[in-house]
Write a protein of this length. Sequence first.
Length: 438
Amino acid sequence: MVRLHKVVADLPCPVYAKVETFNPGNSIKDRMALKMLEVAEKEGKIKPGGTIIEGTSGNTGMGLAMAAIVKGYKCIFATTDKQSKEKADILRAFGAEVIVCPTNVEPEDPRSYYQVSRRLATEIPNSWYVNQYDNLANRQAHYEQTGPEIWKQTDGRVTHLVVASGTGGTIVGTGKYLKEMNPNIQVWAIDTYGSLLKKWFDTGEIDMNEVHPYISEGFGEDFIPENYDRNAIDHFEKVTDKDGAVMARRITKEEGIFVGYSAGSVIAGLRQLKDKLKKDDMVVVIFHDHGSRYVGKIYNDEWMLERGFLEVRTVRDLIGGLGRRRLVTVDEDAKVSDAMDLMKKYDIEQVPVMKDRMMTGVVTQSGLFKKLIEIPDVRDYNVADVKEKALPEVDMDTALDRLTHYINKENGAILTKDESGEYNILTKYDILDAFSKG
């Protein structure tokens, strides 16, 4: 249990994170994965040498895969194409077979990861379909472990539990135990837009109009798992994909705890509810999994920029989001035809002109088009004969809104030098795209 500081500095009460990344598989799912397997063994649902089959976003699969290695089982996991590549790669590293299924289909669709895993369990002898969503050993693990740990670690002073909720196992099992200890404890569930859980909790209605694709990982659902018990939960709060991703990065940078997507959403949701807190409260949030699962997503500037999640204020921010791109240049002594070939090959509109490693000008599609009309054999000219004024250079810390002073009819791009002395180019489309997402 770790007390948080900077990301909750303006909240009136202390906030503690139960950091579940210290489990062997780096997530809270290790608890219920082992529990479900032990119950299945006890009930005779899987025999020695059998195959564990499950639909999983990755973390439950990790817990099951580790247990399978120790106990001598095989594993087949169905997951969705929205999950980070790292999760699937890690499961394969532990010897599991991973089948990637489309996200944007109904749960009943035979292509969904729910139905693929169900079907495999009927086709493969001596296999056990885990079904973490409806397997009540899921929530039992947290009733027996997570709840008692939080109660003990806070000396019974916990007043609020905040959990990103998917299968329902963590929040219901933990919440049920804590409410038995103190009925006044508030249990808040964090949901995502695109999930139907909040509306179901608020109204009892399963409204499929609430369901649409979302980017957040590891929580939210498009059906109601049997692990849910509304009596164990007091409130559902929705958090946007962007707010969860941005907050996860803040937690890592400001608290020094490398967390996954759901942790960011939990803190974002808690902050949305901060007016409900008092100075004598003690909040416990669950940090479900490790940031290493999301290096290719929320911790990747290009991924964040593409989705409009990255706050871009300066040229440095924009360059960081676009990532390293090869700067295509042409020598003054090259032929115009060479410059035209480069434009076609790389699908670009301007090529900076170099001489002795110095920028001396630029050739552009529009400029060459005019020259072609005036001089049909211009392709055979040297670039030096047709080059235009060099592109403007700006400092890496130039504010983004100042770039409009440099981009005009004459200049379709700008250049900037990074700390290593390498040139980077930003086109008017890069800048317009950044403004449209901001």
